[in-house]
Design a protein around this ligand. Structure first.
Ligand code: ADP
Ligand code: MG
Length: 236
């Protein structure tokens, strides 16, 4: 049985169709990448999956449960969590406190949330920055804090929106290694990613969106040669 099952998901904003009839099935243990030009509907798809908005039509089920009508917090409790393209960190809080915000979904006691958050900081390589205020980190650090807060909710599946965006090539590769560790720890991943190097290193399967629709799907080596993908990116 698929962990995530999306059937014909459509989302309209007035006259604009941001997602059109998207179907996607992701098994536990997969790493799926979603790529596509700006405005293709990638972030809208993530929002629809986690209950940040209700789809115009179509269905999403996670771990066998339909998600219709559920809030992002209810969806997160089921184990499906997204991170944001622009980190939504609490800048005045420390790195550890940011991770604790995520950990509090599963732990009502602060000392337990702190222990869980410390584990997550190790996984994302921020253990030495635990007491630094989040806003004092560079872009790469802030992206890791965003990742840590999502991971601290103990998701079964993480949806990562351009987590390598704005990083230099060596930072992006370091981040890909962290994502591989997170995956090895048992978390299924869907990544929206522009950094092709990260996609090629990690993804088992790639979904390509353009103008809200799926235009191609397949293994990364095939996708980069797919005529529709080349056309979408190069406009030929
Ligand atoms: P991507 O993440 O692939 O760059 P988005 O999902 O953010 O694309 O946006 C897809 C389309 O939907 C864009 O045309 C965008 O302007 C539009 N859009 C996204 N969110 C909203 C919203 N809340 N209200 C109106 N239009 C939106
Ligand atoms: Mg986006």
């Amino acid at each position: 049985m698929a962990l995530l099952d999306v059937k014909q998901l459509t989302k309209r904003f007035g006259g604009l169709v941001a997602n059109k009839d998207i179907s996607l099935s992701v098994a536990a243990g997969e790493i799926v990448a979603v790529i596509g030009p700006n405005g293709a509907g990638k972030s809208t798809l993530f929002n629809g999956l986690v209950g940040a908005h209700q789809p115009t039509s179509g269905t999403v089920s996670f771990d066998g449960k339909p998600l219709a009508g559920k809030t992002p917090e209810q969806v997160a409790t089921l184990g499906l969590v997204r991170s944001y393209q622009i980190p939504r960190n609490f800048g005045d809080m420390t790195v550890l406190e940011n991770a604790m915000v995520g950990a509090l979904l599963r732990h009502s006691r602060l000392n337990e949330a702190r222990d869980a958050a410390e584990q997550v900081l190790k996984l994302v390589g921020l253990q030495d920055r635990a007491d630094v205020r989040a806003r004092e980190l560079n872009v790469a650090g802030q992206k890791r804090v965003e990742l840590a807060r999502a991971l601290a909710t103990q998701p079964k599946m993480l949806l990562l929106d351009e987590v390598a965006g704005g990083l230099n090539p060596s930072e992006a590769i370091a981040l890909a290694d962290i994502l591989r560790d997170i995956h090895a720890a048992g978390v299924t991943l869907i990544i929206v990613e522009h950094v092709l190097e990260v996609v090629m290193r990690l993804a088992h399967r790639v979904l390509v969106l353009n103008f809200g629709q799926t235009i191609a799907e397949g293994p990364p080596q095939e996708i980069v040669r797919h005529p529709a993908v080349i056309e979408a990116y190069l406009g030929r």
